[in-house]
Design a protein around this ligand. Structure first.
Ligand SMILES: C[S@@+](CC[C@H](N)C(=O)[O-])C[C@H]1O[C@@H](n2cnc3c(N)ncnc32)[C@H](O)[C@@H]1O
Length: 328
């Protein structure tokens, strides 16, 4: 894949595939290009209203100059769809190793192509609003892969929900908007604050959301001891790696090693008949049926699997993200 005609024609094909999604007024954040699924291994382009974010993996094998060419091509094809800027971010697998040091460009208001956008934008997903920040580090505040899962989880009757590794509350907002009571647990005060802003954007009554700055595993240990802390749905969507924080007594998180125990601990805080939604973007766990096998091995039996909505039309790369839902 090069930044010449082959990229331009692959993006054109990818956009044609997403035609119906791009026409929707109630979805303003969508993935224009999904790596190998759209013939461009190592490159994804996420559109958040007027700002597009081009993520570049080492696998893409592109020089910096070629990345600029890709960004400009993307900008010219996305402009008719309302995109005014393309920001570039390197895809970093183990962010915990960065120790807070981020590539300058991930914090620069100047896009690689197009014109500077506001630091904070509001996007919509089926009537739910999210604050997105296109140049506030490596992530924007909303992961697009789970759009249909967010919608489907919120479609059932209101419940008591536990969202671990909650980040900015992506899963929590549609649920709380629909009437659920959601406990958000995350180690980052900054992301929990962002979640509170998302709640305000959606006029969610304050008593529907709890925000707890805690290690997810520590929360589960404490909750298991208190009968009042039981949930009809537990959402697990952890990162691949999480840095240890000795000051706050938070051990490092490594999905490959730690996910099985997390599943067992999550099951211990379910109400009778309650379910777990578990997702991953960890390479070793996202391929084929790896996540389902991990759940079965962790529980020591096959759970009752619950159907999930198919991946949306803009998530075309297989083996990069996986999700299962089950009643243990
Ligand atoms: C990839 S994001 C999770 C995505 C999120 N589930 C969503 O729906 O957008 C990773 C999050 O895990 C949090 N995190 C990392 N280690 C953690 C730990 N030990 N306990 C709780 N949260 C943790 C990070 O602060 C970050 O917000």
């Amino acid at each position: 894949m090069t930044a010449d005609g082959s990229f331009a024609s692959r993006l054109k094909t990818a956009l044609a595939r997403r035609h119906d999604l791009m026409q929707r007024a109630d979805v303003t954040a969508w993935r224009a290009l999904d790596g190998a699924g759209d013939g461009c291994a190592g490159l994804t382009i996420d559109c958040y209203g007027p700002a597009a974010v081009l993520n570049v993996d080492e696998d893409a094998g592109l020089t910096d100059r070629a990345v600029t060419g890709v960004a400009r091509d993307a900008q010219s094809q996305l402009q008719p769809l309302g995109v005014e800027a393309v920001y570039v971010k390197p895809f970093v697998r183990d962010r915990s190793r960065l120790g807070g040091a981020l590539p300058d460009e991930s914090r620069s208001p100047a896009p690689r192509a197009g014109v500077t956008q506001p630091a904070s934008l509001v996007v919509e997903e089926y009537g739910v609003r999210f604050e997105v920040r296109p140049y506030d580090g490596l992530s924007t505040g909303l992961f697009l892969e789970h759009r249909e899962h967010r919608r489907a989880l919120a479609a059932g009757p209101p419940m008591r929900v536990l969202n671990l590794f909650a980040y900015t509350g992506g899963f929590s907002m549609p649920l709380a908007h629909a009437g659920a009571h959601v406990t958000n647990v995350d180690v980052s005060a900054r992301y929990l604050e962002w979640g509170r802003r998302n709640a305000a954007l959606n006029d969610v009554p304050a008593d529907r959301l709890r925000f707890l700055r805690r290690d997810a595993r520590e929360f589960l240990v404490q909750a298991a001891r208190h009968a009042a802390e039981r949930f009809d749905l537990v959402i697990l969507d952890p990162p691949t790696f999480g840095a240890a924080d000795r000051r706050r007594d938070v051990p490092a998180w490594r999905a490959v090693d730690d996910y099985p125990a997390l599943i067992r601990a999550a099951v211990a805080v379910l109400t009778p008949g309650g379910r777990v939604f578990a997702a991953t973007n960890t390479r070793q766990l996202a391929g084929d049926d790896a996540l389902a096998s991990l759940v079965t091995a962790a529980l020591g039996r096959t759970p009752r699997w619950q159907p999930l909505s198919p991946w949306p039309v803009d998530v075309t790369a297989r083996g990069r993200v996986a999700a299962v839902s089950f009643v243990p």
